[in-house]
Design a protein around this ligand. Structure first.
Ligand code: FAD
Ligand code: ZN
Length: 461
């Protein structure tokens, strides 16, 4: 009877059940799943979401929101007994306000569609990540997604001005703010950004747009020491100012495997160096911007912040340089089976973090391979570890415990950008204090007293 009521709200085409529910609703992109939903709800409007949640709230029915299912923390995969609420039919781009530089979209809009629509109207929406073709704005908001251009434009949190959210009891909370400055009370949108579907369903958002940059220049550099990489970052920030749009670091362990993933890819630099750095600028004047970066590079070479470097402003070569960084998933795949991590470490402690981690891993798993890259401008490291042959002496800790203990000791975060979901929930204590976790639990209880929204994700349910 209860599911009949849900079906009635949704109407024909508004839901899937039984064999019509394909694996994409139960598994993440790695194919991992833990259960099978009995019903996939595909509402079209916030009003429908509201009616559905009102019923689920009354019945204590647990619900898992889904966007493009590209999340990497197992936040959107349903357990048995949970119903899926997919935003896949709420994809409208409702309005673009060119004077204000904002766009209002439904939460199921695909990131790439939003980017293209912005460009058609003379703007960019700067959030960008490898999953752009399938991830949704709602999923980007729910995970507070980051990516390659955070250094310049911020994470999804900085790019979101307003939200419409349906609360657990079905209340539609509309807060489609369009202004940068709004101190009229608590900024409630921040409760939902990064909450991974545990506090409300995002149904609409007002996004910030930016002018289309007229120039894009890239320097691909090699450095001899981590100290020079950090110095180079500060130098680049000071010298390039607001035009600096990416500072991506690849450890040699990564660079050396690029051709294992893509044999035909031509590497920008030959020669062995411990660190490679991709520096990008974008700005309003190609002539000026390219001279600025080239000039900076000359000084960096003279001062030995970089050992070797190549520079380009040609679109084809810019893309070719970026490709080396962008194929990180393929490089990781050469390490199958691997353990992946997404941590943040204060730059002052990063070298000590890496040394401690390398030491601990080599000590417990002598055969292990550790590959690292990072959005270093944000203190964000992506680690990929293949443990190799099982060690003679079984280690006292799992690899997750090793990584997260060392992360905690360096006052870092166990999730820089991918979120907690089911995957990292039990490790939250390594980067959040007891008081913080307790307040998260209190908020969850107040906002979702029946525990129906993504229970057990992020915080214990
Ligand atoms: P889903 O995977 O569907 O959901 C993610 C979480 O949000 C789940 O907990 C889900 O329940 C919840 N959720 C989804 N929609 C809503 C909604 N409307 N309301 C409330 N809750 C909702 N992330 C980065 O930060 N930076 C990167 O550079 C990056 N690169 C990636 C590259 C690849 C190739 C892939 C596959 C992923 C990458 N990611 C990256 C992970 C990133 O979190 C997701 O790609 C994206 O932000 C999730 O969007 P989605 O629509 O697929 O969400
Ligand atoms: Zn990343």
């Amino acid at each position: 009877v209860f599911t009949d009521q849900l079906r009635t709200i949704l109407g024909p085409g508004g839901y899937l059940e039984g064999d019509d529910i394909s694996a994409r609703y139960s598994a993440d992109i790695t194919g991992y799943s833990v259960g099978q939903p009995a019903l996939v709800m595909r509402p079209r409007t916030a009003a429908e979401v509201s009616q559905l949640l009102k019923l689920c709230h009354g019945a204590g029915q647990q619900v898992v929101p889904q966007g493009g299912m590209t999340g990497l923390s197992r936040g959107g995969i349903p357990k048995d007994g949970e119903l899926v609420l997919s935003l896949e039919r709420m994809t409208d781009i409702e309005e673009i306000d060119t004077r204000n530089g904002t766009m209002t979209v439904q939460a199921g809009a695909i990131l790439q569609t939003v980017q293209e629509h912005a460009e058609d109207n003379g703007f960019i929406f700067p959030l960008d990540l490898g999953a752009r073709g399938s991830c949704t704005i709602g999923g980007n908001i729910a995970t507070n997604a980051g990516g390659n251009r955070v250094l310049r434009y911020g994470m999804m949190r900085e790019l979101t001005l307003g939200l419409e959210v349906v609360l657990a009891d079905g209340t539609v909370m509309t807060g489609l703010n369009r202004v940068v400055k709004n101190n009229a009370g608590y900024d409630l949108k921040h409760l939902f950004i990064g909450s991974e579907g545990t506090l409300g369903i995002v149904t609409r958002a007002v996004l910030k747009l930016f002018p289309i940059p007229k120039s894009q220049c890239v320097a691909f550099c090699a450095s001899d020491s981590f100290d020079s990489v950090i110095e180079l970052l500060h130098f680049a920030k000071a010298k390039l100012g607001a035009s600096l749009s990416a500072f991506e670091v690849m450890w040699q362990s990564y660079y050396d495997r690029v051709q294992a993933a893509r044999p035909n890819l031509k590497l920008p630099l030959t020669g062995d160096y411990p660190y490679y750095v991709l520096i990008e600028t974008s700005g309003g004047d190609e002539e000026l911007d390219s001279r600025l970066l080239e000039g900076a590079l000359e000084i960096a070479l003279e001062d030995q912040l970089v050992a070797d470097a190549v520079f380009t402003k040609s679109k084809a070569q810019v893309d070719a340089f970026w490709e080396v960084r962008d194929i990180s998933m393929e490089v990781a795949a050469t390490l199958q089976p691997y353990h992946g991590y997404d941590v943040s470490i204060p730059l002052s402690g990063m070298q000590s973090f890496v040394a401690a981690l390398e030491g601990a891993v080599a000590g417990d798993w002598p055969d292990a391979t550790l590959v690292m890259i990072g959005h270093l401008g944000d203190g964000n490291l992506h680690l990929c570890i293949n443990l190799g042959a099982p060690p003679a002496q079984p280690p006292s800790q799992t690899i997750d415990e090793v990584v997260y203990t060392i992360t905690g000791r360096h006052i870092g975060s166990i999730s820089a950008e991918h979120g907690i979901g089911l995957l990292k929930r039990d490790y939250l204590r390594f980067s959040r204090t007891e008081a913080e976790r307790s307040l998260m639990g209190t908020l969850k209880e107040v906002m979702d007293p029946q525990g129906i929204l993504n229970p057990g994700r992020v915080v214990r349910g």
